[in-house]
Design a protein around this ligand. Sequence first.
Ligand code: SF4
Ligand code: SF4
Ligand code: SF4
Length: 503
Amino acid sequence: MKSYLLPEFVIDRDDFRCIRCEVCVRQCANDVHWYDEEDDACYLDETKCVGCQRCATLCPTSALTVRRNPASNPDNANWTMDVLMNIYKQAETGGVLLTGMGCDRDYPIYWDRMVLDASQVTNPSIDPLREPMELRTYLGAKPDALEIKGEGANQRVKTRMAPQLKLEIPVMFSAISYGAVSFNTCESLARAATEAGTYWNTGEGGLHSKLYKYKDHTICQVASGRFGVHADYLEAAAALEIKIGQGAKPGIGGHLPGEKVSAEISRTRMIPKGTDALSPAPHHDIYSIEDLSQLIYALKEASHWVKPVSVKIAAVHNSAAIASGIVRAGADIVVLDGIRGGTGAAPTMIRDNVGIPIELALAAADTRLRAEGIRNRASVVVAGGIRSSADVVKAIALGADACYIGTAALVGMGCHVCQKCYTGKCNWGIATQDPYLAKRLNPDIGARRLTNLLRGWSHEIQEMLGGMGINAIESLRGNRQRLRGVGLSREELDILGIKHAGE
Ligand code: SF4
Ligand code: SF4
Ligand code: SF4
C-alpha cells in the first residue's frame, strides 16, 4: 500500500559547511543519514527522522538544520496536517496511535497566566546573597498542634511526629521506571537527588540492585503490576508511593513491550525475560477508599512505620474529592499529576484528551483540604508540566508543598522532547535499552547536569522569595495573595483562588 504520510521533519544540510565527518551517520539510530564514498557526499531519508536534534546538535560544523515540515493544509484550521497524518497512519496500520512524553495540545498553561508579587516599600525585599534563605521542606503529615513538656531550657516537644522526608529544595524527580528509561538515566537521577538533598522515584519498574546504595534518597513505587516489589525493595526506600494513576494516561495501565525486557530488567521487575510487562489499569485489590487505606497501612506495617507513604493520582475532574479520601485513608503525601505529565508511551488520544491541568487540580485540592480542616494531615506534591523555578514558586504559592519534575529532568540530560520514547531508539541514550545508545548518557555527566539544574533553580527560587520579602519557602505555601491572574476569566480566577492583576 502506498503511504500517504509526509515526513514530519525536513533536514537542510549546508554542503559548504559539511566536512563529511559522518558524525550524523553514527549518531542517528533511525538511519536517516548515510555517506556515499563514491560520490563523497552525505544523503538522507527524512521520512525516518523523529526530530530529536541529536545530529544537528553534534554536527561539528553546524551544517544541519532539522525543522518541522512546514507543509500545511491551506486555510483549514480544522483539518490540520497533524490531523490528516494521524488518519493516514491509522488507515495504513489499523493501530492505536502511540506517543511519548506529555500532552502537547495548546490548553491554557496557567503558570504563564499567573504573575508573582514583589515587595516595594513597607515590606522590604530581602537580598538572598546576604541573608539566609530557607528552602528546606519536610513532606509528611503534620500534627494539629504541638504538645510541649518541661519548662524553660528543658522544654521538649512531646508530640510524636509522623515520618517525614527532608528536601533541601522543594523539587524531586518524578517516577520514571527502569525499562522506560536506561539504567544510566536512573543512576543519573539517583546520584543527583543524593547530591542535591532531594529524592528520585523508581516508578513502577522496581529498583536495580546497583542503585540500592542511593536508598536514603529513593522513593519506591508500588503500582498495579507490583513489578519488583519485595521486602528488600520496601527496605531500600526512604518513602513508598502507591501509584493509582498518572497524568499522561489517567485510567489506563502501562505496557512495556517484551523486546525491552532484557535480563537486567527481568531481574529487577521479577518477570520472565522477553515477556510484555503489562500493568493493569486498576489495582485489583483497590475498589474503594477503604481498600486503599488497607494498602497504605499494609505498606506502613511492612516498613515498620518509619517511612511516609504517598499516593499518586492523575488530575481529573474530581481529584479534590479523591485527594480528601486519600488523606482520610491515612496517606502522608498526596501526589497530583496533571495532563501535561510525561510518559514513555501512551495512546495519543488518551494523553491529549484525558485529565485536567495541574494548576486547577492543585488549587481545587488545596482549597478542599483546607475547608475540611485536614490540609496538615498530608503534604501535597504536584507534577505534570513543571518547567522552571518560576513554575515551582507559583505552585507553592497555590498550595503545593513540593513539585516533581520528570520531563524537565530528562531535558536537563539532553532530551529534546521528540516524543518518540516508545520506539526505544532514543538517540540521547535516555529512553532506550539499546546498549550502544544507552552509553551515550554518562551518569557522571547526567548527574552533574541535573545538580547544576537544581542549583540554578534554587538560586532563582531564593531570588523570587527575596523579592517578595520572604525568607523561608514555608511562608509562601498556599499564600495565594502573592499571585495574580493575567487574562483569566472570573471562573478560572475563582477556581485558582486568586485575584486578577490590578485588583
Ligand atoms: S555531522 Fe555535519 S559535517 Fe559531519 S557529515 Fe554530518 S552534516 Fe557533515
Ligand atoms: S532522528 Fe534525530 S539524529 Fe536522526 S536525523 Fe532526525 S534529528 Fe537527526
Ligand atoms: S527521552 Fe529520548 S525519545 Fe524520549 S522525548 Fe526525549 S529525546 Fe525523544
